[in-house]
Write a protein that binds this ligand. Sequence first.
Ligand SMILES: CC(=O)SCCNC(=O)CCNC(=O)[C@H](O)C(C)(C)COP(=O)(O)OP(=O)(O)OC[C@H]1O[C@@H](n2cnc3c(N)ncnc32)[C@H](O)[C@@H]1OP(=O)(O)O
Length: 427
Amino acid sequence: MTNDICPDSGSSTSTPTDNELQEHEITINNKYYVKTKYHRKNESPMQIAEVLATRLNKDGNLEYYVHFKDFNKRLDEWVLEDRIDTSKEVVEMKLSESSPCTTPRDLTEFDNSFFSTSSLDESESLTQAECSSQSLGVLEKKPIKSRVKNLDAIWFGEHYLQTWYFSPYPQEYTEARVIYICEFCLNHFISEKQFERHCKKCTIRHPPGNEIYRDGEISFFEIDGVRQTTYCQNLSLLSKLFLDHKSLYYDLIPFMFYIMCRSDAYGFHIIGYFSKEKNSVEHNLACILTLPHFQRQGYGRLLIEMSYELAKIENKIGTPEKPFSDLGLLSYQKYWQEIIIEVLHRYHQFHGGEITIEEISEKTYIAQRDVLYTLHTLGIGSYQGQTAIRLTDAMIVMSKNKKRRIDRSKLDWTPPVFTYNQLRYTK
Ligand SMILES: CC(=O)SCCNC(=O)CCNC(=O)[C@H](O)C(C)(C)COP(=O)(O)OP(=O)(O)OC[C@H]1O[C@@H](n2cnc3c(N)ncnc32)[C@H](O)[C@@H]1OP(=O)(O)O
């Protein structure tokens, strides 16, 4: 296995006793100034954070799991006491008094007020008893606190990936802190030995379901949440490690999954996927994920583009399901901007004159609300008494500068037809 960054897994951690805790003045649910690695340039590294849990690390030192105020939850971390300032009382400013810079970290570039990006409340997560993967498809939401990441990292094939969020893997797996996942069948294993034994036996080399697209090394497979239950359950557990919202992950029946893979001589390696509600009138995508080791390489854009290509074949103008995550919003914003600039530029070249929001929506299959939002982010304004947008050369270059594109001629897909109760599937 290759392992470029494989920090201490913390696998031999334990829960501190009350006596051990009493010696320290830091208490769970209280807020302190804690040193973060993620502060902005002109900001103090000491940021307000809430202590959510404690543990003893393998050296017997007490560690605290902290969530930094206004930071995305994926930046939560285990810290030693020396990063926590207990001498200073935490004073939280009311919103009106606070600095204008109140957006969560990692979402600093854009005004996010148009969409709600708030995560579902922690209470929407599941109890450990409910977490067996067998029961994922039929669970009802029940409240528990699951604000603390239950796995530190996963070995995914040959990649060591640090996790971002809680995912309801069964307790015996999360006790290990680091688990092993087969990148082809997505089954999970507690020990390296079990995993290696599995790899020798596992003959699966691509996701189950039909391959609906192939362009060079990139393929898409279509999978039905009803038919390929185990794979979809495993996919949901895996993706929850990097997705902090949406309860739909526990109910697979109403969804189709579109898995994007990169192929080599060994097989089809999953890059990411999006899910799509079978009978949604409004939504062309439910959830989207690029696995961390493939992020920022244009694959998220490719997934989004594929969701619109499917919508075009269905002849349905649609929108992705909200709320967005911060990264989801950034990715959609970039995609919409590129596509809309492209349309405006072409329209201006060939027709000149005016184009309505409705027309942009019809040409792009992007919902009118999303078109309007994007035009605002691009700086729609009043020019010589008319509502207009000024397309700069930089904007046009940006819209043409795509790393990857879907080649529609290579898409072999007809919209699936479902029976009324969506449990039976005919095509
Ligand atoms: C509807 C929903 O499901 S919302 C939930 C979205 N999913 C998640 O949040 C799960 C975790 N995140 C992810 O899986 C990924 O970050 C995704 C799917 C959102 C994006 O996937 P990626 O493969 O990284 O996207 P891609 O490389 O195509 O980037 C597209 C653009 O989004 C923006 N972007 C994406 N990630 C970032 C980032 N970390 N920081 C800043 N901008 C970013 C950039 O503008 C980028 O274009 P650029 O690289 O040319 O500047």
